[in-house]
Design a protein around this ligand. Structure first.
Ligand SMILES: C[S@@+](CC[C@H](N)C(=O)[O-])C[C@H]1O[C@@H](n2cnc3c(N)ncnc32)[C@H](O)[C@@H]1O
Length: 275
């Protein structure tokens, strides 16, 4: 069943209002595919039934489920490789040197999906910067709009298919334990990480400033105005001297003049100068 034009417009508007994700006119196939499981879950005949249900009952919980069903949560371990190379060879050594007096390091994965991005960084820290276990306060925070993503990231449990997407075999055995058909991230990966629900276009809980922000593969879903607003708001949440990494298809050029691009090793890291 294809979503009716009027219902598509309703979903389009709802998703825009609640997440700022732009569903272009050609995305009705996405609405069909993503809302079909929701139709089964709530016991209505089809996708149009889901929208009818939400509209007639003005059911906020169902509306939230519709919005969450329309987020794209694609992610993988050490995604795109080069940003993690830049973190290892440029960003983290510079921060460790600069922060050797305060010994506090805070990282924010600002659209963390199921947690692979933040846990990849946790593994990188464990592998290459073991000195941070001695006398440093390291806080790794992952946030996402999608409740289920936050739950899954917190759980740290991954299928074979998921671990096969970018997790090297030697790191898999070192940092995960087998749990039935799944792999659970060990305590050494999880103990410095926490995950919280946060809508980048909503109200944010009080947060500290971060030395590293990973804002990757999320701005692509927003229009230019929202992209600028989100980017500038996230920059305000960065510590002076901090670094931001974006997705490979994303650039802040012209959107936030405070950020200084530092091309490095096939990727670009964005630096917020100290003063
Ligand atoms: C494609 S994933 C990117 C995951 C990870 N950053 C990476 O690059 O692998 C995009 C994530 O952005 C989240 N997202 C979309 N709109 C959002 C919003 N308004 N606020 C917070 N998160 C949002 C989605 O739920 C999804 O998990």
């Amino acid at each position: 069943m294809t979503v009716a034009a009027e219902h598509f417009r309703y979903v389009q508007q709802l998703v825009m209002e609640r997440s700022a994700i732009v569903l272009t006119e050609d995305k009705s196939y996405l609405v069909d595919a993503r809302l079909a499981p929701l139709a089964r879950a709530i016991g209505v005949a089809d996708v149009n039934g889901v929208v009818d249900h939400a509209r007639s009952r003005r059911d906020p919980a169902l509306e939230q489920r519709i919005v969450e069903a329309l987020t794209t949560n694609e992610t993988s371990w050490f995604r795109d490789t080069r940003p993690f190379h830049a973190l290892e060879h440029l960003v983290l050594p510079a921060l460790i040197e600069r922060k050797r007096a305060s010994r506090v390091l805070r990282v924010w994965s600002a659209a963390c999906s199921t947690g692979q991005e933040l846990y990849s960084l946790a593994i990188l820290l464990e592998e290459k910067f073991p000195q941070l276990r001695r006398g440093w306060q390291v806080e790794l925070v992952g946030t996402d709009l999608n409740t289920e993503m936050v739950r899954r990231a917190t759980e740290g449990l991954y299928s074979n298919l998921e671990v096969n997407r970018g997790m090297p075999a030697n790191l898999l055995v070192r940092y995960f334990e087998k749990e039935g058909a799944h792999w659970r991230a060990r305590e050494t990966v999880r103990d410095r990480s926490r995950f919280v629900k946060l809508n980048l276009v909503g109200k944010w809980p009080p947060m500290p400033t971060f030395d590293v922000v990973l804002l990757r593969n999320v701005l692509i879903y927003f229009d230019t105005k929202v992209k600028t607003e989100v980017l500038c708001r996230v920059v305000k949440q960065m510590a002076r001297g901090g670094y931001m990494l974006l997705g490979t298809a994303e650039t802040p050029s012209g959107l936030c003049p405070d950020l200084v691009p530092m091309p490095t090793d096939g990727t670009v890291v964005y630096h917020l100068p100290v003063g």
